[in-house]
Design a protein around this ligand. Structure first.
Ligand code: T3D
Length: 268
């Protein structure tokens, strides 16, 4: 593709299919590297999905052979060369994107269509589930370019693989193939590359038809419990249970159970 075509293409696509929003990083010629327009569009897309109550599941994926190779290092070097402060992007972009993904009050799925590096890997770790094509890979690329972790990788990665393994992966930023990633707990499922989109669409549709408030409370409780005492977590669970107990979906589910029929969840 010519530079002209690249410059006219939207760097992030936002598509709705029923109650599923799919956010697609769309710079295939740059392996979906994150330049400023891409980060701004990604933040807007993630915030739209979060705020839209009709969206009940969110898929994050990429076009081409990469999921996302993290910071666009060509842009980064230009900024370093011109004396601009490139590291302000952590505060301006990476942090709010990560929070918006991790705090999404509905299920999030990273559909890993290829390699995920640096902040690209961290965005996948911030999702609730990672479904990987059989040609996907990860690299915690930060040390390779003399940087520290960002986009929540130092929070999410130890929770996925344990502290010692997280440090090992960060100290050795080589590519981890999808089988090793799966054995470490980094991916939930591996599917043939040509079936990834269809498989994730079916999973997302199933989650989008589920009890959305319950899913949001479950993930919030698990994250809360990971960094609080049992007593604090019991209080938090109490609040979440009270919230879920007041939903139409809870009433529908118990009525359906007693009537021996499938529940019809509204997400409310
Ligand atoms: O201030 C701040 O910006 C801080 C924020 C930091 C957040 C971060 O994400 S830091 C981490 C940045 N990412 C990396 O360091 C990853 C660098 N890339 C790689 O290690 C490898 O490319 C991969 C392991 C991801 C893929 O390897 P492979 O062998 O499949 O592909 P390749 O041949 O290395 O790359 C193909 C092309 O993509 C190549 O360009 P070319 O030669 O065809 O013109 C390569 O330069 C380009 N590319 C890959 N990653 C990036 C990139 N271009 C710009 N930015 C990249 N991150």
């Amino acid at each position: 593709m010519s530079n002209d075509a690249e410059s006219t293409r939207e760097p992030v696509r936002y598509e709705l299919d029923g109650a599923v929003a799919t956010i697609t990083l769309n710079r295939p010629d740059a392996m979906n590297a994150l330049d400023v327009p891409t980060k701004e569009a990604l933040l807007a897309a993630v915030r739209s999905a979060s705020a839209d109550d009709s969206v009940r599941a969110v898929v994050l994926t990429g076009t081409g052979r990469a999921f996302c190779v993290g910071q666009d290092l060509k842009e980064h070097v230009q900024k370093l060369t011109s004396g601009q402060p490139p590291l302000s992007t952590v505060h301006d972009h990476y942090n709010p994107i990560t929070l918006a993904i991790a705090e999404m009050p509905k299920p999030t799925i990273a559909a890993l269509n290829g390699v995920a590096a640096g902040a690209g890997a961290a965005f996948a770790f911030a999702c609730d589930m990672r479904i990987a094509a059989d040609n996907a890979a990860f690299t915690l690329a930060f040390a390779q370019i003399g940087l520290s972790a960002d986009s929540g990788a130092s929070w999410t990665l130890p929770r996925l693989v344990g502290t010692a393994k997280a440090i090992e992966l960060m100290f050795n930023p080589q590519k981890i193939g999808v089988r090793e990633a799966s054995s470490l707990g980094l991916v939930n499922e591996i599917v043939p590359a040509d079936r990834l989109a269809e498989h994730v669409a079916a999973l997302a549709a199933r989650l989008a038809a589920g009890p959305t408030v319950s899913y949001a409370a479950l993930k919030a409780s698990v994250h809360f419990g990971a960094s609080h005492t049992l007593a604090e977590t019991l209080e938090f669970e109490d609040a979440m249970q009270t919230r879920c107990g007041a939903t139409a979906d809870h009433r529908e589910a118990v009525d359906a159970f007693l009537a021996k029929r499938a529940p019809n969840f509204s997400g409310k």
